[in-house]
Write a protein that binds this ligand. Structure first.
Ligand code: DGI
Ligand code: FE
Ligand code: FE
Length: 193
């Protein structure tokens, strides 16, 4: 699928601000994909679709979760966690996108997971560091994104979990799995340096 076709598909489902965020995520993902040797075209498409389901009604998202093979425990957690998995399902059903890299990157863009591919990490990171974001500690993550994809994703996961814990939010297990996995891989690297 071509970039403009994808943009025209998602635009009616997003607000103006969310569309602008989406374009910035796509630009950021293109830069990261080219830097880290992943497909630039696929990274751009995954980014354009990453928040596709963000504004579906909670009823509709809950129905997709109940009536598909998506994990039912999502329903026990905050509805913010639903749009990635549901988006990954809907881009295939509604637009015939079957590419596993793109679907997984969209599925896991909010929480991460253990053993993320480089491609998934690029979308996860691009969503966090796109130039419109203002999170505490973002400068450090942006600088790290220039040097080390794994270390940058570790910081994203650490910052996100910290932020959620400060708010007394519940944390989806995949968020912890991502943190632990990045952490172990970094320590493993250090031991052999
Ligand atoms: O859709 P975006 O706003 O661009 O960003 P996102 O999909 O990365 O995150 C959406 C929200 O989900 C954000 O406020 C952080 C939150 N979040 C991420 N991991 C978890 C989580 N919320 C809960 N409750 N638990 C998590 O594990
Ligand atoms: Fe999102
Ligand atoms: Fe996003």
């Amino acid at each position: 699928m071509e970039k403009n076709e994808a943009i025209n598909i998602v635009r009616p489902y997003l607000t103006k601000a969310r569309m602008e965020h989406t374009i910035r995520v796509a630009e950021t993902a293109v830069g990261l994909a080219s830097k880290y040797g992943e497909s630039v075209e696929k990274a751009e498409l995954a980014a354009i679709f990453h928040d596709y389901a963000k504004y579906r009604s909670l009823d509709e998202m809950a129905r997709w979760i109940r009536e598909s093979t998506l994990p039912k425990d999502l329903l026990d957690y905050h509805h913010e966690l639903w749009h990635g998995p549901v988006g990954s399902l809907l881009i295939e059903r509604e637009h015939g996108i079957t590419d596993t890299d793109i679907k997984n990157a969209i599925y896991y863009h909010t929480t991460g997971r253990a053993n993320m591919s480089q491609f998934e990490m690029i979308i996860y990171l691009a969503d966090y560091i796109e130039p419109g974001r203002k999170f505490p500690g973002l400068d450090e993550v942006r600088q790290m994104a220039e040097r080390d994809l794994l270390q940058a994703c570790f910081l994203v996961s650490k910052n996100t979990i910290n932020y959620l814990m400060k708010k007394n939010a519940t944390i989806y297990p995949d968020s912890f799995h991502a943190y632990n996995d990045f952490n172990r891989k970094l320590r493993f690297n250090q031991a052999f340096q």
